[in-house]
Design a protein around this ligand. Structure first.
Ligand SMILES: Cc1cc2nc3c(=O)[nH]c(=O)nc-3n(C[C@H](O)[C@H](O)[C@H](O)COP(=O)(O)O)c2cc1C
Length: 369
């Protein structure tokens, strides 16, 4: 039994001491199948089962009605949702865990069916030609409405309000979802943002909304409880098309993040093979570890061995595990015991109810069965 491995060492994140570096990546599970889109008992059970993670980052949670793009995703903009989340955070804390909520706006990865027939919002009126998971099944995305300056200001306020709600709900912090082709990422990219005002054009302008969001959230919570997520080499997924300015844009953003005392920067290695694309970076941790001075958490397709290695090599401070946490609620303990991992079932990733959600046993429970 090796409890000395890098992944199992405690880590200080701002004023929080986290038990280990095996963090749970944010994962949409679409279980909030109620009118209020509020977490309830099964969310409490699911997250409590995973409380031994050094830090749980919740599923993406919409910051407003306009931010929705998938069915049965929970929000963090109403009282009922705050009440639902309170039960989750209390239960996780009781188990000694820590939990941040991921603040989400999908932008153009949505459908008029979610907005009483109105168009989804985006930096520019460019259809991502992706799919939206609506109450009537997968539908093609449409050409979104180009946001006005007023829409942008309102969205920044919505992020701030959601962060305030997150504090009221007892979260230890928030993760800004500025990744994976959703609204903030849509602003960063020249292929989804052709605006001519202060939120488009230059790299600085395309990145502006992110810093406006951070500055707004800082007004309602400590800076060292704010994390954020980026996926610099995302290409051909969720409607994102990279170009020559993509990596320089992320270089600019990550350099500038050093001006803040954030909880962490959460980066993803490329989701697909980008080694043939000359202007994309295939080694995200290697490029950005020297550039970013704060806590860096790395994600995508890590296992125990690679996770220990990336920390030992000094390329990241923690690793966020996604799918392994779906089917292995006690993942840190399994790593400690060098135990084999249970397989996840993709069929139940987004289906309502407890099946494939709260019925994966811990190692201990599996032994008893
Ligand atoms: C079911 C599922 C839902 C996901 N939902 C989100 C999400 O809400 N927010 C997010 O930033 N990433 C989301 N992701 C991406 C994961 O956080 C992670 O980046 C991805 O699964 C790769 O990590 P892994 O190889 O450890 O699973 C999701 C992934 C899966 C499998």
């Amino acid at each position: 039994m090796d409890r000395k491995q890098a992944l199992l060492q405690p880590i200080q994140v701002g004023d929080l001491t986290l038990n280990n570096r095996v963090w749970m990546a944010p994962m949409t599970r679409s279980r909030a199948n109620n009118e209020a889109k509020a977490p309830f008992d099964i969310h409490v059970k699911y997250y409590t089962q995973r409380a031994s993670s050094g830090l749980i980052i919740t599923e993406g949670s919409q910051i407003s009605e306009k931010a929705v793009g998938y069915i049965n995703t929970p929000g963090i903009h109403t009282e009922a949702q705050v009440e639902g989340w309170k039960k989750v955070t209390e239960a996780v804390h009781k188990e000694g865990g820590h939990i941040f909520i991921q603040l989400w706006h999908v932008g153009r990865i949505s459908h008029p069916d979610f907005h009483n027939g109105d168009l989804p919002h985006a930096p520019s009126a460019i259809n991502p030609h992706a799919k939206s998971f609506t109450p009537k099944g997968f539908k093609d995305t449409v050409t979104p409405k180009e946001m006005t300056i007023e829409d942008i200001k309102q969205t920044i306020l919505d992020f701030k309000n959601a962060a305030k709600n997150a504090m009221d709900a007892g979260f230890d912090g928030v993760e800004i979802h500025s990744s994976n082709g959703y609204l903030l990422h849509q602003f960063f990219s020249r292929t989804s943002n052709v605006r001519m005002d202060e939120y488009g054009g230059s790299i600085e302008n395309r990145a502006r909304i992110l810093f406006d969001v951070i500055d707004a959230i800082k007004e309602v919570m400590p800076e060292n409880r704010i994390g954020l997520r980026l996926n610099p080499s995302l290409h051909g997924i969720f409607g994102m098309e990279a170009d020559e300015e993509t990596i320089p844009t992320f270089d600019y953003i990550i350099e500038k993040l050093n001006q803040y005392d954030l909880a962490y920067l959460h980066l993803s290695e490329p989701f697909n093979d980008v080694s043939e694309i000359p202007y994309l970076e295939p080694h995200i941790a290697k490029r950005y570890r020297p550039m970013y001075k704060g806590t860096l958490v790395i994600n995508a397709a890590f296992d125990q061995e690679k996770g220990n290695q990336v920390i030992a090599e000094g390329l990241a401070d923690a690793v966020a595990f996604g799918k392994p946490f779906i089917s292995n609620p006690d993942l840190p303990e399994r790593f400690a015991q060098d135990a084999s991992l249970a397989e996840w079932d993709t069929d139940t990733f987004y289906t309502p109810g407890e099946k494939g959600y709260t019925d994966y046993p811990s190692l201990e429970e599996a032994k008893v069965d």
